[in-house]
Ligand binder design. Structure first.
Ligand SMILES: *Cc1c(COP(=O)(O)O)cnc(C)c1O
Length: 426
């Protein structure tokens, strides 16, 4: 199947007389005829449903669709993108372990790693995604368990060199985890470039309508845990908390990582999505392939308009030929990047704030990457926990305005920007 067809049909095939749409199985629990039947499920001897915290059919249909879109072997949904990011790393790195991460990742991921996971005993080394080979090499330690990056960094819009980081990770016997939220599998499939695990905040383009917060983790099934058994004892030695199961043996290379997340991390920490939310996420996925090209087309027109405007100091959009990342974006995302454009208004922080007050079509919102055009000043919102040094390392200058271009008629979006810029005094 092509991706467009997967958006509509993957993950759920109704049988004769069954509902055409995925059913919403809004039930916490599932009934069995005998205790033995249920016991087999608890022993992981048979697959089936018994409690929604561990698995639910609606959630599974949608996870299977995202898995197909990314070209993975197994996937699980989480209640937020943050939960997906956390589980993707915590599933293979615990106290005493170390992870190499790109310094330009989403602010929430940065805090999770640098503050909360650090407190849990996991150390992170943040590297500039455009660092030299020597610097990248020097970031690895004997206890490094993973490398983490973001296809298109939110909000710095830096395009991650997936192939390069995958090669470095593999040379050190560890997987590459890529947050593919901004590109979506419509524009980029990181697994095709060597990524081993892909994460999503489905809250963004996948849902696409400001309706539900959610996340997803997809395993490529390509990383050979057993070949690096000493590094990943959680997957390659018995889990005493689950009848001594060895995930890599029981579920094989394609199923071990996701089954461990479900059996262990979901069991103990519990961030599952509500089936109703998964149903709504699925509605978003059914039009993802139609919306993404429009987001990209509108964003490119907006970026070109801004670039030509004399009150604009700079524009950053990887689809612009003037972008430092234009060639890299063409390689990884030949059909387009995303709908997010960042820029600076001449006059810095104060001018940016004055300009934003005049916007009417573009609404001020923390949100990004959905059907509605919205705008944000990260230094005073999403990234306000960061000091100036951290802001610069994250690729966020104090004057940066992040414009998430929606799928309205682009003439209205540009007219709105033009009107607001006319009113700003520099
Ligand atoms: C929003 C976002 C997240 C966090 O997702 P939530 O659904 O808000 O928890 C992670 N990564 C990226 C790139 C994001 O944009």
């Amino acid at each position: 199947m092509e991706r467009e067809t997967m958006c509509i049909q993957a993950g759920y095939q109704p049988k004769n007389g069954e509902s055409r749409m995925i059913p919403i199985v809004q039930s916490t629990t599932f009934k069995y005829d005998t205790s033995e039947d249920m016991g087999k499920l608890f022993d992981l001897e048979e697959s089936g449903y018994f409690y929604t915290r561990l698995a639910n059919p609606t959630n599974d249909y949608v996870a299977a669709k995202i898995c197909a879109l990314e070209g993975g072997s197994a996937a699980v949904l989480t209640s937020s993108g943050q939960a997906a990011t956390f589980f993707s790393v915590f599933n293979i790195a615990g106290v005493g372990d170390h992870v190499v991460a790109s310094s330009t990742i989403y602010g929430g991921s940065f805090n999770l790693f640098a503050v909360t996971m650090k407190r849990m005993g996991v150390e992170f080394t943040f590297v500039d995604p455009d660092c030299s080979d020597e610097e990248l090499e020097a970031a690895f330690r004997p206890n490094t368990k993973a490398v983490f990056g973001e296809t298109i960094a939110n909000p710095a819009l830096i395009v991650f060199d997936i192939e390069r980081f995958a090669n470095a990770a593999h040379a050190h016997g560890v997987p590459l985890i890529v947050d593919n939220t901004f590109a979506t599998p419509i524009n980029c499939r990181p697994i095709e470039w060597g990524a081993d695990i892909v994460t999503h905040s489905t809250t963004k383009y996948m849902d696409g309508h400001d309706a539900t917060v959610g996340g997803a983790i997809v395993d490529s099934g390509k990383f050979d845990w057993m070949a690096h058994a000493d590094k990943f004892p959680g997957l390659t030695t018995p889990d005493e908390s689950y009848h001594g199961v060895v995930y890599a043996e029981k579920f094989g290379q394609g199923g071990a990582y996701i089954n461990k997340i479900v059996a262990q991390l979901m069991r103990d920490l519990g961030p599952i999505p509500a089936p109703m939310n998964s149903y709504m996420l699925n509605l978003g996925l059914e039009s993802l392939h139609v919306r993404m090209p429009r987001h990209c087309e509108n964003a490119l027109a907006v970026a070109k308009f801004l670039e030509a405007h004399d009150k604009i100091a700079w524009v950053n959009y990887p689809g612009l030929e003037s972008s430092k990342y234009y060639e890299r974006a063409k390689k990884y995302m030949p059909d387009g990047t995303c709908g997010v454009v960042s820029f600076g208004v001449k006059g810095g922080r104060a001018a940016a704030e004055a300009f934003m007050k005049e916007l009417k079509v573009a609404m001020i919102a923390t949100h990004v990457a959905d059907a509605h055009t919205c705008v944000l000043h990260p230094a005073s919102a999403t990234h306000r926990q960061m000091n100036d040094e951290e802001l610069l390392a994250a690729g966020v200058s104090p004057d940066l305005v992040r414009l998430s271009v929606g799928i309205e008629n682009v003439k209205d979006i540009i007219a709105d920007l033009e009107n607001a810029l006319d009113k700003v005094q520099i």
